[in-house]
Design a protein around this ligand. Sequence first.
Ligand code: NAD
Length: 336
Amino acid sequence: MYRVTLIQGDGIGPEVTEAARSILDATGVDLKWEVVSAGETAWQECGDPLPGAVLDSIRETGVALKGPTTTPVGSGFRSVNVAIRQALDLYACIRPIRQLAGVCTRYEKVDLVIFRENTEDLYAGVEHLVGDGAAEAIKITTEKACRRIVRSAFEYAVRYGRRKVTAVHKANILKLTDGMFLRVARAVAAGYPEIEFEDLIVDNACMQLVQRPQEYDILVMNNLYGDIISDLGAGLVGGLGVVPGANIGDETAVFEPAHGSAPQIAGKGTANPVAMVLSGAMLLDYLGEKEAARMVLEAVEAVLGGGVLTPDLGGEATTREMTEAIIRGINRPPLK
Ligand code: NAD
């Protein structure tokens, strides 16, 4: 039995986490869910968007499945996501950007993995007013954080048989911060001669990814570029509804899709559950339940390939219809 913390989140969060929970349960892996509340929902319930019980639960279970949480724009409480990642030192954000059967896009054979540094950079939250009419935010970069995110990318490349790591940066302008990231990346790369290494300036990386995404494999970068390029990557493979994610530290891991709480479609029953479900498959893989993870992945691809698509993918299926179809796929006995 595995204890798993479940954060339902805001907006479409409860709908897609419920879908993921029922699909993971259908694999037969014995998961004991511990439901806690964070985000706008918790803010309204108890005046604290990240109650201590949330972090306590994740520290105890070691693993969480998290729905998206809303962050007020321009004012209000700070991001719960950033706070969780920093509090638990979940330094590696991993987002596989992969073409899925049945999802129509302008591209073919896109199969990238983004490694985003998750604890510092402009997300460190050091921001202040400088007199009237001026404000500054501080971009924090440490060798330790650069080294561990680049090393995670190379270790993943070795473990999953990937061929190339590309470091994305702006070291031509940000010579000290991104310059440090690039220097450390080159030093780490030297320890993995079997994996190809290259670097790209972030603006060029955006253009190259739109023109020739197939030429890239693993991309490693700091927090801000990783946030932006994740959504660019999602756009290559059918949108945010199909991109899962993991936030991994040395002790704990939180699995959540790249997408947000999508308030425009909350409560309509049309949210695409795939990103959340594939985040759940990554959780199963992390727990060592590789066979169950594979079953989920195959069932998702079979359902999409069979044309059961939510509106964001050009179809008319509801969240529930897609969830039920995936569960039927998991329960179907394998072909002899
Ligand atoms: P968003 O990801 O919520 O939505 C962007 C677009 O993608 C919208 O058109 C939305 O309808 C669509 N979309 C996203 N997920 C979908 C899904 N599963 N199925 C179908 N369509 C989907 O991004 P946003 O609008 O910039 O942010 C909304 C809120 O979410 C903000 O408060 C933001 O701070 C928060 N957010 C949270 C997380 C997180 O919790 N990890 C991540 C990103 C944004």
